[in-house]
Write a protein that binds this ligand. Sequence first.
Ligand code: NOJ
Ligand code: CA
Length: 547
Amino acid sequence: MSADDWWKHGIVYQVYPRSFQDSNGDGIGDLDGIRARLNHLVSLGVDAVWISPVYPSPMADFGYDISDFCDIDPRFGTLEGFDALVQEAHAKGLKLILDFVPNHTSERHPWFVHSRSARSDAKRDWYIWRDPAPDGGPPNNWLSNFGGPAWSFDEVTGQYYAHSFLKEQPDLNWRNPEVRAAMYEVMRFWLRRGVDGFRIDVLSQIVKDAQFRDNPLNPDYVEGQDTFLRWTMLHNTDLPEVQPIVAEMRRVVDEFSDAHSSRVLIGELYLPLPRLVAYYGLNAQGVLEGVQLPFNFQLIGADWQAAHIDRLVRDYEAALPAGAAPNWVLGNHDRARIASRVGPRMARLAAMLLLTLRGTPTLYYGDEIGMTDVPIPADEVQDPFEKNRPGMGLGRDPERTPMQWSADANAGFTTGRPWLRLASDWRTCNVEAQSRDPDSMLALYRRLIALRRACPALHRGSYEALEAGNDVLAYARIGEGRRLVVLLNFGAAAAPVPQALLPRRPLVLASTDPARAGPVDGALVLSPGEGVVIGNEGAEENQDPPV
Ligand code: NOJ
Ligand code: CA
């Protein structure tokens, strides 16, 4: 793969640092822990690791409330330790992507401490301050993503400040050019230290309506639903003013890109398709000046049916602007894990889907061993989202439990007391045990990734939708003279595959079913939940791919 397009053809792996590996026995994962586990990522075969925030933070939202954008929280390590991590990752051929959180800071960030101190403070306008409504209440009806109003009253100066998340996370004012300049310097600080790009937190929400108008009622709201959905977010998300800012961010990372090392921006964007693809930033000259990868979360909420997924893949392919790089995500630290959403058998099919679709896949730590959501008893809840609105099932602790490495104490995650309980199956479901088992989820992930790396058709080829009937999703991936056919049986019944879909002398290159391998003899009937990648005998990709 050429150096400048690793993010188009490679694979991204997300680490939630608190939960990956603890190196000093305090029960919290850290940078040295990640460094000690890089070989796992190398043997898995991924290209880049994205780590959720590790900056100094009061941890009201576990690091997404940042009190210093240009340092490392002592719980995670030091700047020197960070440099060592970058260096070692690069030495092992891995890229390192940081989380960039532009929408808000911690209330303890010196910028906010200044801003709240006086109406006349030089940093007053770095945040969003408004007078109370005539009745003394919040300035408008905007809501916080974490529950309650998006405004808190500050006694010191008698005004409200805006916060799209916790009150401990005041929103920055991106209409202020000083804020923009300061935040671009933050990006440069890390780019100079060698990071390969950023995943940008809640990118669509960074600019708010200049007139602070009330959001309109959501016509689809049904009484009894989460009250957050009562109003649309017309005036505080995805405003046209976000786009020029995205282009500015892109120019900052481009300052550090050359033919040997291109830096990437990945946007966190939960938006409908037409609004999502706008973040590629297609300009009037036909140049893409936005983020290279607007996260495509469609699979996270998708109905697990072939026809539904077929439609969303086709729609996504059709919506992409010319030259845009597609991407796919199955899970992250905010959403239920894939193995819990679709069950263990279908999670194998999901792995094959993610790793054979056209577009950069992002894997969430632990999904490669089939980790599931862990129920957290009420008195052990950590996530403020759950604490703010208990009992609604919004908490994100279940998908953030410690990585299961081995059958050693605490699954090898820590020698101390883990900050969040482990899954009960850690003694059997762990990296070490699955490494010894050729039928395991980990072995399947390794095979699929190796196949993807070895086959240009998979990592850079085109996509062609096919019709297979039943509950089978079918598509071909075509590149460098090869055509591979992917067949995924989402159904609970065995599914015969139409002969016409198969190439001459079909050969199974990968299957979710450990028993299936080699040439296809006669009719191909997929078992329930089975997925296969079919090539043809005599082709180059049949050689054992390098692992
Ligand atoms: C999105 C992040 O993924 C989530 O974990 C966080 O709580 C919010 N943004 C606020 O930063
Ligand atoms: Ca630690």
